[in-house]
Design a binder for this molecule. Structure first.
Ligand code: C5P
Length: 227
């Protein structure tokens, strides 16, 4: 069976990672959550007081980037790779609303993107990878054999993220999450470097009303036609 590259892009909280993980597992492929890498750099910037809701020291962050090593290690019991910053597992630090509120500012910095895209390309050099993000089909793997562009209504997406954060014990309101989802979509789609856009050859899937099983079966059919 031929090995392929699968790029899944789309707006925040469209359920990209849930589907990407299932697809990767069923094919025996590597799954890479590229958003976790941008979150890791954001967490690094927060730890070093380079960003908060009131300030952003972009030049200092750029100068410190060599000190921010982002990597993944496979967690056997979870069945997917977790993100590490300088060899420290930071999976539990990067999904907070605080990180979500700052990540799109950090992700708009071209030097940050260049450092992370380089790692993403290296991880995917032997194919057999499912990567989700915002620019995977347009910038990271423009030659990917399968490109999916996931969408869902902003309300549906905010509700999903709200439930996820609540389950993680965060004390937040639906309104705050809704605002974050809309703000991030705007920043991600309008930035100058690698904005979130559908690649011309990507297949758009609106999953507002689809179950995870339906989405999974739909994508598996697309893959079967390629491999
Ligand atoms: O996928 P997730 O919501 O965790 O991504 C967090 C943020 O990281 C996005 O809102 C976006 O600003 C940035 N990102 C990006 N390019 C990617 C993946 C994520 O700019 N390939």
């Amino acid at each position: 069976m031929k090995k392929i590259t699968i790029a899944i892009d789309g707006f925040s909280s469209t359920g990209k990672s849930t589907i990407a993980k299932l697809i990767a597992k069923s094919l025996g492929y590597i799954y890479v959550d590229s958003g976790a890498m941008y979150r890791a750099i954001t967490f690094f910037a927060m730890q070093n007081n380079l960003i908060s809701k009131d300030h952003f020291d972009k030049d200092k962050l750029i100068a410190s980037l060599p000190q921010a090593q982002v990597s993944f290690k496979f967690n056997d019991s979870l069945g997917f790779a977790e993100v590490y910053l300088n060899n420290q597992n930071i999976e539990n630090n990067i999904r907070t609303l605080e990180v979500s509120n700052l990540v799109s500012i950090v992700a708009a910095v071209p030097e940050v993107r260049a450092q992370l895209v380089k790692i993403q390309k290296e991880i995917g050099q032997d194919k057999a990878v499912v990567m989700d993000g915002r620019d995977i089909g347009t910038v990271v793997f423009p030659d990917a054999e399968l490109k999916i562009f996931m969408t869902a209504s902003a309300e549906t997406r905010a509700l999903r993220r709200y439930n996820e954060l609540k389950n993680n014990g965060e004390n937040i309101t639906f309104e705050a999450v809704f605002e974050n989802v809309q703000k991030r979509d705007h920043l991600d789609s309008t930035r100058a470097d690698s904005p979130l856009i559908k690649a011309e050859d990507a297949i758009a899937i609106d999953n507002s009303n689809a179950t995870i099983e339906e989405q999974y079966q739909n994508i598996i059919k697309l893959i079967d036609n390629i491999i």
